[in-house]
Write a protein that binds this ligand. Structure first.
Ligand code: ARG
Ligand code: ASP
Length: 719
């Protein structure tokens, strides 16, 4: 292990080349590898202040918000801040045309007005530890991957069970450095999380998808929630008598603001990065995968935008679907540009030549063939990778929506087909499906889905290798003579799933006899042909190739760490708590253009345009601007809005606390700048910037815009 993470603190000092910005570091290793450098950059606290199991530390104020974002505690009474786009699902779920919180915002004016969100969780990390030795106990070099994985999963289960025995905690165990190291995480999960406040989308999503992934930015991307606990301050399901949770730590909020060069630290949950992949992977992404997926999403968005533009009800129904479709679509485009500009493939190739030379000269045979093996596999792998991703675009990721409703029956059928049928189980399964249907139809618009279904079937046929065409194309190209829209007309006309009443009635009356009817339903036939395809060839092959690549990744990672044994490596992101540190920093996006490190309210007013949906500034905000009613949030005659810094972040870091040298909250992380989104594969200190909301804009909005200043009283504000 020591060799694997052969990281020498001294390396920083010797080389003098402080790579301050790149890296997502492991909280329990800061003392060993990072703290000196952090302090050189201006950090005034200790590693224990960030992560400790013995005393309250910053980690006690950071949570996983929902399933894929970060949030932080900003009061002693469970008040939590995250991004507007992270709270979006919750805000949307309380919204309707009559009570449109997306459009108008929502502010609880007291605790009774807070809104409950079934299913929403806030997860605290209680402790973490390196368990590599225990996980790998009994693993030998001679084992096949299958044998190895089975030992590892058995060991992991025992480690997790032991760690949370007799507690209400949960345990997560994850591989690091592609399976060269393992860490255990013990968590505490709170399930009563209530909505406290959200600005209108015209603030929280200001600039919309036009400005998404871009700097200069003016989005007030925050929302407020409150965690509730039982009388013992422990997690509990929603109950009226629950009390606001008292965290061990909450972030004090600094009103002092940011200047160029200031130390910044982001503490949150980055999702995934691919920093150590070979050149073949970058080639696959930039030349094949991203272009193909960009294409299909361009078409999806064209359809959604058209219907949403024409009807405000459809706009609300598809708001979250559109945002998530657009988000990766735009990032993929930026990623290609950024990697091209960096000459990422050439850079990787140069590194590979040097690595090969080193491996050839080494006594150890282990690393000699890894790159040639990669090369062979990627040629095959990319075809499967694209097909597999495309199938996801078809049947998940806002693909053929209505058709998907025919796919909920597996559990119910296996129950009904049992020798002795438990009617209660059957009933509860039926209720479960009906509940999902009701949620589904709330946000569904059939004409849009119908057009999209036809488009997807057309695109799939045009873009994917004929050997991956599911059976349904025989029907389309036979009986329907290739007329996809005629075929889709038939599906939408004949299927019982395209109408809420018939779909629900079918579920409620479901019996053994219904199975035949289900199997004859045209939506089922369509969905099933893709599911079958995905189950067969594509997924099996994909999984096999994937597992070969994972083995190569593990070997190559270990090799790279030996090859550059004086370099400090950070593990790829894997949605575990990490520290990224850097500095507030302006940048040059392109030749002759210089961007400042911050934006202000003036930019919002400049962008104001009632004709463009994304740029309609709320009247109240304009009024505050005109009357210069900025209160104590005024800086040089205006209010600061966002700032950029060099922290290395990725998806999942949204909502993360951005803190200053004293550990005080100065911003909420929410995005990255367009020129630097390739940082998931290769970081460029010149161009990679994380975008944060200036916390002073948050306070200004709560106080002056929302009139919810009572919330400020529970915060610790450092003036
Ligand atoms: N790009 C940011 C992130 O990946 C914000 C996404 C939400 N906003 C949007 N306009 N789609 O999450
Ligand atoms: N916007 C992203 C998120 O939601 C953050 C990023 O990709 O930089 O996590």
């Amino acid at each position: 292990m020591k060799q694997i993470v052969a990281i020498l603190c001294a390396a920083f000092l010797i080389s003098g080349s402080i790579k301050a910005a790149e890296g997502m570091w492991i909280p329990i290793l800061l003392q060993k590898y990072n703290i000196e450098e952090m302090q050189e950059l201006g950090f005034k606290l200790t590693a224990e202040d960030i992560y400790s199991v013995n005393q309250a530390s910053m980690k006690d104020a950071v949570v996983i918000f929902g399933g894929g974002c970060t949030g932080e505690l900003i009061s002693n009474e469970g008040l939590l801040i995250t991004n507007h786009h992270c709270g979006y699902g919750a805000i949307q779920s309380h919204s309707s045309l009559e009570n449109d919180y997306l459009t108008n915002g929502f502010w609880a004016m007291n605790r009774d007005e807070e809104l409950t969100n079934p299913g929403l969780k806030a997860t605290f990390l209680r402790s973490m530890k390196d368990v590599t030795e225990e996980v790998l106990e009994g693993v030998t070099e001679e084992m096949t991957e299958k044998e190895r994985n089975s030992v590892i999963s058995k060991n992991s289960k025992a480690i997790k069970d032991e760690a949370i025995k007799d507690t209400h905690f949960t345990a997560v165990l994850k591989p690091f450095f592609h399976g060269n190291q393992y860490f255990l995480f013990v968590n505490e999960v709170f399930t009563d999380v209530r909505l406290v406040g959200a600005p209108p989308s015209a603030i929280g999503k200001f600039g919309g998808d036009t400005d998404n992934w871009m700097w200069p930015r003016h989005t007030g991307d925050f929302s407020l929630f409150r965690i509730y606990a039982n009388a013992d301050n422990e997690p509990a399901e929603y109950a009226e008598e629950n009390k606001p949770y008292t965290p061990k730590h909450h972030f004090p909020i600094s009103m002092k603001g940011v200047s160029e060069g200031d130390f910044t630290m982001v503490f949150g949950y980055p999702g995934s990065t691919y920093e150590y992949v070979p050149s073949y992977h970058i080639k696959m992404i930039t030349e094949e995968v991203n272009p193909t997926l960009i294409d299909v999403r361009t078409k999806k968005l064209e359809i959604m935008n058209r219907y949403q533009g024409a009807d405000p009800a459809v706009r609300i129904k598809y708001a979250a679907k559109n945002a998530s479709t657009s988000n990766s679509w735009k990032r993929w485009i930026g990623e290609i540009k950024g990697l091209d500009k960096l000459n990422a493939i050439e850079k990787k190739e140069e590194q590979e030549v040097a690595f090969q030379k080193w491996a050839d000269a080494s006594d150890n045979d282990k690393y000699k063939t890894v790159l040639t093996e990669y090369k062979g596999i990627y040629e095959e792998y990319s075809k499967y990778y694209i097909t597999y991703s495309y199938i996801s675009e078809m049947i998940r990721r806002n693909g053929m929506e209505g058709v998907g409703l025919s796919g909920y029956f597996d559990g119910l059928i296996s129950e009904i087909e049992k020798d002795t049928v438990d009617n209660e189980v059957v009933l509860s399964k039926k209720e479960g499906i009906v509940a999902r249907y009701q949620k589904f139809f709330k946000d569904y618009y059939m004409p849009l889905d119908k057009e999209e279904t036809a488009m997807l079937l057309q695109m799939y046929q045009e873009n994917i290798d004929a050997k991956f065409l599911p059976d349904v194309y025989m029907l389309i190209n036979g009986k329907y003579k290739g007329d996809i829209s005629k075929y889709v007309d038939m599906v939408f006309e004949k299927s019982i799933f395209m109408n809420q009443n018939t779909a629900e009635a079918f579920v409620n009356n479901f019996s053994k006899k219904s199975i035949k009817k289900l199997h004859k339903d045209p939506a089922y036939i369509l969905l099933d042909s893709f599911v079958e395809l995905a189950k067969s060839d594509v997924v099996d092959q994909y999984k096999e190739l994937r597992s070969k690549i994972m083995l190569l990744d593990r070997t190559y990672m270990a090799g790279l760490m030996e090859f550059e044994n004086d370099k400090v490596f950070y593990p790829d992101a894997n949605f575990t708590l990490r520290v990224s540190y850097g500095q507030v920093s302006a940048y040059e996006p392109k030749d002759a253009v210089q961007f400042k490190h911050y934006t202000t309210l003036e930019g919002i007013i400049e962008k104001d345009n009632p004709d463009i949906y994304d740029y309609r500034v709320p009247a109240k905000l304009k009024e505050l601007h005109t009357t210069k009613d900025f209160g104590k949030y005024e800086v040089n005659g205006t209010v600061p809005v966002c700032f950029v810094a060099t922290n290395h972040t990725t998806g999942g870091n949204s909502g993360s606390p951005v803190v200053n040298a004293n550990g005080e909250l100065i911003g909420i992380n929410f995005d990255r700048a367009w020129e630097g989104v390739m940082s998931d594969l290769m970081y460029n200190p010149e161009q990679c910037r994380n975008i944060s909301l200036d916390v002073r804009y948050v306070l200004f909005l709560i106080d002056k815009f929302a009139g919810a200043s009572y919330l400020l009283n529970e915060m610790t504000i450092i003036e």
